[in-house]
Structures are given as C-alpha cells and as structure tokens.
Ligand binder design. Structure first.
Ligand SMILES: [Zn+2]
Ligand SMILES: [Zn+2]
Length: 146
C-alpha cells in the first residue's frame, strides 16, 4: 500500500515510496542541488558552508541536513567541527560519534525513558558551537560514491 505523506520541502501531499520524504519535483531538485554541491566540493575541498552556499545557490540549512544525513562530512582540520549530540566529541558527519551510536542503539532497545534522561543530562553540557555557523570546511563524502 502506497503511503501518502507531506513533502518535507514543499509540504504538498504525495505518494511516498521510499528514501527521503520528498515529492518527485523536490527530490529531483534535491538531487540536482546535491550534485552541484558535490561537484563544487570536489573542486574546492575544504570550502566553508557560506562559500558552498553562495557558489551553488543551495541553502546552508540544506547543506546542514546533508551533513546530518551523512551525505557530506566536515574536513578533519575544519575550524568548526560537528559535535556528537550526546557526548560532544568531535565528529565528521551525522549526529553521534561511533561510541554513542552504539550506546544509543542499545539504550533504544532497552528503555526509551533512560535514553531521554541521559540525553537531558548531557544537555547540561555547553555546546557552544553553532551548527549553522559557516566556518565549516566541507568535503564530499567519498565513501558515498557508487
Ligand atoms: Zn515537494
Ligand atoms: Zn558521542
């Protein structure tokens, strides 16, 4: 049975099949934009988010999302890094470090409540690095190449 969902970008209802929650139009645009960013980063590895956004016309929000979705990663020597949302350790893409991902998977299997508690505990730590700041050195994640 096909599912009807709201497109994440244009908010229109569409028949959802698989992958990101995007209608055909937005998915095509998304792929074109990603391709632009990918090509740009191949030519200018280490460009920061603002440069990438200016040169490709893709919004920083979208680039952040690709980072979270692990389609892009920040460079090792980037002045501003992503931090694990749980322990704050420096990571290059996604939301959690390897250790926390493992831990989270385990916790999720056990009790959702405990997970919430541990997350709110770590929430007291200071994460002063704003994800949307534009000093990222971005790289296209090569292992995604098929
Ligand atoms: Zn759409
Ligand atoms: Zn972590």
């Amino acid at each position: 049975m096909p599912e009807i969902k709201y497109c994440r970008d244009c908010k229109k209802l569409f028949q959802y099949v698989t992958g990101p929650v995007l209608c055909h139009v937005c998915r095509k645009r998304d792929e074109e934009e990603f391709e632009k960013v990918r090509k740009f980063l191949r030519e200018y590895p280490g460009a920061n988010m603002q440069e990438v956004s200016n040169s490709t016309g893709v919004s920083p929000a979208k680039i952040s999302r690709w980072l979270k979705e692990e389609r892009l990663e920040v460079s090792e020597d980037s002045p501003v890094a992503l931090n694990c949302e749980k322990c704050g350790v420096r990571i290059r893409s996604g939301r959690f470090c390897v250790e926390c991902s493992k831990g989270l998977a385990k916790e999720m299997m056990n009790v959702g409540r405990e997970l919430k508690q541990s997350l709110s505990k770590t929430g007291e730590r200071k994460f002063d690095r704003d994800f949307d700041k534009d000093e990222f050195g971005l790289y296209y994640k090569h292992k995604d190449q098929k």
